[in-house]
Every structure is written in structure tokens, then in C-alpha cells.
Design a protein around this ligand. Structure first.
Ligand SMILES: [Ca+2]
Ligand SMILES: [Ca+2]
Length: 569
């Protein structure tokens, strides 16, 4: 651990060593000196961790012996002379853990990817138990909980579950998570303890929409949300809303009623909201009443068919709620989920069979995963949670009322489907990443039950140049992914593609959704020429080039880098 710039091989060896010390830790005992007997082992649940001097290689079982060299498995069974004259136990692993903690902050690439201050703060509102899919989303959410700072898990109502909330179900899933948390930690550090998560499970009022907003309508959920926003922390608070947002509406109502306009502005500015359609009447009220609130949504109520049109349906709604072709449905269908998710340990057992579609609520947090592609403050740049543009949506039949101000809403991408056809839709802004986000979840479920070496870990793409470049029309732009590594030592494949919709530079092709040819697009070093034909005036703007690196592990895992080329005069 004293080496500078440890290679991936050295990193693996150190991580395995630290994991062994952790697994060989002995708790629940302590050494005590008794009169006339000397040192003996006694039970003590509060004893600090110990390590044995010797372990059997095959079983990791501590052993002891007298001068005759015969193995004994109980310290108290050996003679006093040996018990007192030799250090059979010590606290050696403590020093290892301390040094490892410092080392991994400095050197371990995967661990460095999300430092504590970079983790998005998140408070989830969920109408869990209205149908199975919130529970499915909760399982996936918890496998990423080391990348987030979870401020709250709040059970709410919605149009589908109007008079009750189900915090008990969140608790059930978090308890199952508690059984696998230490194993997850072997793969990527930073997973919160189940005890902590249990302490932030709260509830909204068991009433529908705006009926639960106003004087006397505070709840443990709305109070927790206010406390989380008020915390002295420069990071915003993300609120993914999987049901109705009336807990958020109540928090905003209360701040407006009890604080100055300036304090309200400050409060609103710290919030980032993503709602899965409008699952009660408080969403439209929030948008018109707090016009500066950062809000992502495909607005509308299910009664009008809003879910069919909503971007979030792209997660898995090929047949229901949305109806589209072009994506691979098999990887979001029950048989595949049986094989790769449900069969995996205590957390997998909590992943129910879907009734309508897999995890309709997941897009609300998928854009916050640290994958090199997502940029949470820029929904228009696109990511695993979809792409959204900032405008005032026109009135649709499935909207409760006309929108009064701009927010982040549906946008379209043109994507080559698995059926070989170019597909243009808002759903495609999510399903285009489907293989990657599904494989990532499968690997994380492996992490809940497998040792480090038996599971896959994502590659670490690296650019050989700054992530922002400048070029003029007709100029050659060189791209490099030199320095890309994989923590398992897996081979990787490369793909560079032009994500035209994410930038402001506009070029088209009459035949293909990929109007820019990138030479050597499947090599670590690639290049392209800034187009001069079929370009919209003024011929300047930003071009987003995405580097996609996929490893050859099982399942194959994908990470990204985004290069933004500023085309100037
Ligand atoms: Ca829901
Ligand atoms: Ca790997």
C-alpha cells in the first residue's frame, strides 16, 4: 500500500488482502487475565475485534498449539505457559483497515469514482404496494445506495392507492438489504448500514393529492423533507417521485406559509424533482405555484392515457403502458429477471413479479447513477434516465390543466433499434441504454451474494485529452481513450458515437440517424472531421461525442465518457 500509482493487478491484490482481513476478523470475545490461571478467552459481545496469529489455510479457522505442535482449536485448551508466553491474538487487522481506508481514497479507481461530497442527496417518495413495480425499483435503488446519500424513503399515496401508505414494505426490503450490505461493500465501498436506512423510512398522510396539503397536514415524510433541504449542505436534494407528490406539496406549502419570500426561493432552489407522470393533482399545483422549481416530468394522468406517452415507459413498456418496437424486450421480461435477479439471495427474494411493466419508477433515479454519461443537472444531455428538454408543454387531453411555465419534459432521440430500423421517440431516450442498465443491475445483484473475484465490476474509461475540445468547421478532431482500464483485468471494447440530440450543433443525414462518420469508431483512437454540409446556420455550437467502453466480463458492463466539442467560427 506504500507504492505510488498501483497497477490494476496490485490494486486487486490489495483489495483481496483487505477483504481477507475483514473476513478473518473475530468478534464477540476478549482476552482476560485471571488470577492463578493467566490469560483466557471469555465471551464479550462488546470486545474489540481480534485476529488470530494462525489460521488454517483451507478453512480460515484459528488454531493454537503447545510445544508438542499438535493443533488445538480452543485457546483455553492450551497450557498456561503457552497462553501467557505468546501473542496468539492481536488487533493487527485494525491497522490494516485504517491504512486500507486511506489507500482506497487515494488510489482505488472504483472507490474514487464517487466521493462523499459528490454523492447526490436523495429522498424518495413512493406509493409502494399500489402494484409490484415500486418494490422492484426499491431493490435496484438499494444496490446503488453507495453512490447516493439517502436522506429519506417515504411511503405515499397516489391515484392508484388513495387512502393508505405502506412504509412496512420499504422496511421489509431494507431489512433484506441489511443481510447483504456487507457483501456489497466487498465490491464497491460506501454502502449505508441498514440501521441508518431504517431510521429514515417515513410516511405521508393516507389521503389523496391536495386533500393532504394545507394547515395541519404535516407528516413525518414532509417534515423529513424540510429538514433535508434545510441541512447545511451545498448539494441539492433530489426527490424522485414514484407515486403522488403531495408530501413534497405539503413541504412547499408549509415553507411558503411560514417563511419570507426570499427564504422560500432559497428552499425551492435546493430541490430537484423528477415525477413519474402526475399520479395525483398536486403535481400541476406544485408546478404553477413554484415556477422556479427544477422539475422533470411527462405530465398527465393515467386516466387520459398519459403513461402511454410518458418517457419513463421506455424503461420496459414495450407492450404496456407504452407500445413500441426497436428495443430488446426479453431483458426486461419476467423469465430473464427470474434468472438474473430474483434467484439472488435475500434481496433478490424481495424483487416481485411484475404486473404491468418492470420498474416504471426507476427512470427517476437512473440518471443519477455515476456512469460517466449522466450529468444530473443537464437532463437535455441525456443519460440512463432519459433525455428531457426545457419548455412549456402544450396542453394535451391527458393533462389536468394547461401548463404555465417551462420545465424539463419529453424530448426525442433517433436510435437504431435491435430490429434494424431507426426509431425516433421519447421512449428511445431511455431504451437506447437498456442492455447497459440491465447488465449493471445483474452485476450488482451478484455483488449481494458473491465474493469479489466471482463477480464483474465496471470498466474505467479514460480520455487521453480534455473532455471539452474546440474545433472549426472542416477541422479534424482526434479522440483518444488511452489509459482505459478494468478493475478485473477484463479486455474491453470501444465505441465512439455522435450524440447529436444532446448538443446544439445541428447536422443531418437523409438516410441515417448517424449523420457524422467517426473513423476507427471501434478503436481506442478515433477521429472525425467537423461537417460542413447539411449544417444548420450559424454552423457553430456543441457536438457531444460519447465514448462507450464495455468489458468482456460476465455480465458485460458498460461505462462512458462524454466529449463536448465546441464548434467555433
Ligand atoms: Ca409507483
Ligand atoms: Ca470488469
Amino acid at each position: 500500500m506504500s507504492l505510488d500509482n498501483p497497477s490494476p493487478e496490485i490494486q486487486r491484490a490489495i483489495r483481496a488482502g483487505a477483504a481477507w482481513f475483514e473476513s478473518a476478523k473475530i468478534t464477540g470475545i476478549r482476552l482476560e487475565k485471571q488470577q492463578g490461571i493467566g490469560r483466557v478467552v471469555i465471551e464479550d459481545l462488546d470486545g474489540s475485534p481480534l485476529w488470530a496469529r494462525f489460521y488454517e489455510i483451507e478453512t480460515n479457522r484459528p488454531f493454537f498449539c503447545d510445544r508438542d505442535g499438535i493443533r488445538k482449536y480452543r485457546f483455553n485448551d492450551i497450557k498456561a505457559e503457552r497462553r501467557n508466553g505468546y501473542s496468539w491474538y492481536g488487533s493487527w487487522g485494525k491497522e490494516v483497515a485504517k491504512t486500507y481506508d486511506t489507500w482506497k481514497e487515494q488510489w482505488l479507481d472504483t472507490a474514487k469514482s464517487v466521493s462523499a461530497t459528490e454523492k447526490p442527496r436523495i429522498l424518495v417518495l413512493t406509493d409502494i404496494e399500489n402494484e409490484p413495480d415500486d418494490a422492484m425499483s426499491m431493490v435496484r435503488f438499494l444496490t446503488y445506495s453507495n453512490q447516493f446519500e439517502i436522506e429519506g424513503l417515504v411511503a405515499t399515496t397516489s391515484v392508484h392507492q388513495q387512502n393508505k401508505t405502506a412504509a412496512w414494505r420499504i422496511k421489509e426490503i431494507v431489512e433484506a438489504y441489511g443481510k447483504v450490505r456487507d457483501n456489497l461493500e466487498l465490491h464497491e465501498p460506501g454502502y449505508p448500514k441498514a440501521e441508518y436506512l431504517l431510521s429514515v423510512i417515513k410516511e405521508g398522510r393516507p389521503a389523496y393529492g391536495m386533500h393532504a396539503v394545507g394547515e395541519g397536514m404535516d407528516s413525518s415524510g414532509s417534515e423529513l423533507l424540510i429538514a433535508a433541504v434545510d441541512r447545511n449542505d451545498p448539494r441539492p436534494l433530489w426527490v424522485p417521485v414514484w407515486g403522488g407528490p403531495n408530501v413534497l406539496a405539503q413541504a412547499l406549502w408549509k415553507i411558503r406559509a411560514t417563511r419570507s419570500p426570499e427564504a422560500l426561493d432559497k428552499f425551492v432552489a435546493k430541490l430537484r424533482v423528477y415525477t413519474i407522470s402526475d399520479q395525483d393533482d398536486s403535481g400541476p399545483w406544485i408546478r404553477k405555484t413554484f415556477p422556479k422549481l427544477f422539475y422533470i416530468a411527462s405530465p398527465g394522468l393515467s386516466a387520459g392515457g398519459a403513461y402511454h406517452f410518458a418517457t419513463w415507459s421506455g424503461i420496459s413498456g414495450d407492450n404496456f403502458h407504452a407500445r413500441f418496437t426497436g428495443a430488446d424486450f426479453s431483458i426486461v421480461d419476467n423469465p430473464c429477471l427470474d434468472q438474473n435477479i430474483r434467484c439472488k439471495g435475500p434481496l433478490g427474494e424481495q424483487y416481485p413479479h411484475m404486473k404491468y411493466l418492470m420498474e416504471g419508477d426507476t427512470p427517476s433515479f437512473l440518471g443519477l447513477v455515476n456512469n460517466g454519461l449522466n450529468v444530473s443537472e443537464r437532463p437535455d444531455w441525456g443519460g440512463w434516465g432519459g433525455r428531457y428538454e426545457f419548455y412549456t408543454p402544450r396542453k394535451q387531453k391527458w393533462h389536468l390543466e394547461a401548463e404555465t411555465r417551462p420545465f424539463w419534459s419529453d424530448a426525442v432521440d433517433e436510435v437504431l433499434g435491435v430490429d434494424g430500423h431507426w426509431q425516433t421517440s421519447n421512449h428511445a431516450t431511455i431504451w437506447r441504454w437498456r442492455a447497459a442498465y440491465q447488465n449493471d443491475f445483474v452485476a450488482r445483484m451478484d455483488w449481494t451474494i458473491k465474493p469479489y473475484d466471482a463477480a464483474n465490476h465496471p470498466p474505467m474509461p479514460k480520455l487521453g485529452h480534455p473532455a471539452e475540445l474546440t474545433a472549426k468547421a472542416g477541422e479534424r478532431v482526434n479522440l483518444s481513450a488511452e489509459g482505459t482500464t478494468d478493475p478485473d483485468g477484463d479486455a474491453v471494447s470501444y465505441e465512439w458515437f455522435y450524440y447529436g440530440e444532446a448538443g446544439t450543433f445541428t447536422v443531418s443525414s437523409a438516410r441515417s440517424g448517424q449523420p457524422l462518420e467517426i473513423k476507427n469508431f471501434d478503436q481506442p483512437n478515433a477521429w472525425f472531421t467537423v461537417p460542413t454540409g447539411r449544417v444548420m446556420p450559424p454552423g457553430t455550437g456543441t457536438m457531444h461525442i460519447i465514448l462507450v467502453v464495455t468489458d468482456k466480463g460476465s455480465p458485460p458492463l458498460t461505462r462512458y465518457q462524454r466529449v463536448i466539442v465546441n464548434v467555433v467560427d
